[in-house]
Design a binder for this molecule. Structure first.
Ligand SMILES: *Cc1c(COP(=O)(O)O)cnc(C)c1O
Length: 398
């Protein structure tokens, strides 16, 4: 597909089933190609495939671990989404983060990690990176703080924008400039944008990581991650490490993600529109002290969002003048919001954020207020607001 089409168009025309050479016909969707063994007609064919394997650009398959056509189709979709030349799949978003960090870091390296990044990255640091002698500093992703914490052995800047839990927008082009100045690898978790509404490689980052579990798959029924990059040397290193570490993703899950991603544009737009209606409702409620949602004009990150993003999604957090006990009553009283982690599916979800998780976020005003994260799904916004209203009323009485 030529790149002068809108992304919505390109997305629908990438990763389709190729025509059969004899019948010149094909289904639209690539079938689920399940395999462990890849069979070759003769040894010459196998030798050619082996020789091509050293070049990541050729995607040569000699064994099923890296997947065949179904996987290749989803990889090409991820490349289109992120303006990348290589996408590597991982069995979860967290596995994609591990792949990115373990592929690029060596013992003795130091990494700057934005304190707004996905919480489990701290667990990866504590259990794996520290043991391997990789040093991590969690700090605010402001230029002043980063300058203060950069060391001679700092090799990577790892961020997430907007950040997990509080949707803190980062100035990605400015961070990219800072990174170039200090010769750092620039890595970002782009699950929020999922390549559709935010394109970090175009903003100067080297590598983008997406939990396909969320908006790409879109139906809360599978786990998947992807790592995207566009620099040949980086691609090669990621490709070789991906192979060495043995990641493999079920062809069924890949196929489901491929089916899900076709409707990513409309699902995201609808969730985003619903989320703004929920913001309008919340903004006038007396219990609400602050709404965290970059598309909401009062959010401090709104100007950066307008400059760097082409859309929004259904994720928002709301700071409530409620005790933890009242907040629990509020969450339990909701009938249309499932209580659970994750987001990006068709359905609305609620998470009462553990105050302990917020203490490490420099963006959090460190109040006693409760924080609730909502994922606004595809239900009627009017119904969702009515549900929120009755639950807030119940919490106030409780
Ligand atoms: C969910 C999530 C991940 C991890 O994805 P999994 O597929 O659940 O492992 C990583 N980053 C962000 C921002 C997420 O929201």
């Amino acid at each position: 597909m030529s790149s002068d089409h809108a992304l919505d168009t390109t997305l629908q025309h990438t990763g389709l089933a190729p025509f059969d050479a004899r019948t010149e016909s094909a289904p639209v969707a690539v079938p689920v190609m399940r395999t462990s063994t890849v069979r070759f007609r003769n040894l010459d064919a196998l030798d050619r495939a082996q020789a091509a394997k050293a070049d990541p650009a050729q995607r040569s398959i000699t064994y099923g671990r890296s997947g065949m056509d179904t996987h290749a189709a989803l990889e090409s979709v991820f490349c289109q989404l992120e303006s990348a030349t290589q996408a590597l799949l991982a069995p979860s978003g967290m596995a994609a983060i591990s792949l990115g960090l373990l592929s690029l870091l060596d013992t003795g390296d130091h990494v700057l990690v934005a304190d707004s990044a996905y919480g489990p990255v701290r667990y990866l640091e504590k259990t794996v990176l520290r043991r391997l002698g990789i040093q991590v500093t969690f700090c605010a992703a402001s230029l002043e703080d980063l300058e203060r914490h950069v060391q001679p052995n700092t090799r990577m800047l790892y961020v997430e924008s907007p950040g997990s839990l509080l949707m803190q927008m980062l100035d990605m082009p400015a961070l990219a400039q800072f990174g170039r100045r200090h010769d750092l690898l620039l890595v970002t978790d782009n699950t929020w944008g999922s390549g559709y509404i935010y394109r970090p490689l175009e903003l100067g980052f080297d590598m983008s990581i997406v939990a396909g579990t969320k908006y790409v798959a879109g139906h809360s029924d599978l786990m998947l991650g992807a790592v995207m990059s566009a620099e040949p040397a980086l691609n090669k290193r990621l490709h070789d490490n991906h192979y060495a570490l043995g990641f493999s993703i079920s062809a069924d899950d890949v196929w489901l993600a491929l089916r899900g991603v076709r409707t990513l544009p409309i699902r995201m737009r609808e969730s985003a529109a619903n989320a703004l209606k929920v913001c309008e409702f919340l903004a006038v409620r007396p219990e609400v002290t602050r709404i965290y949602h970059p598309a909401w004009p009062q959010d401090p990150g709104h100007a950066l969002w307008q400059r760097d993003c082409t859309g929004s999604n259904g994720l928002l957090s709301v700071q409530l003048r409620l005790t933890q006990a009242q907040a629990r009553v509020f969450v339990d009283a909701l009938t249309l919001f499932g209580i659970g982690f994750s987001w990006g599916g068709f359905e609305s979800l609620v998470q009462l954020v553990d105050p302990g998780l917020l203490r490490g976020h420099s963006y959090w005003p460190q109040t006693e207020d409760a924080l609730v994260r909502l994922h606004i799904g595809l239900e009627s916004a009017q119904d969702l607001c009515a549900d929120l209203a009755q639950a807030l009323d119940k919490a106030a009485r409780g």
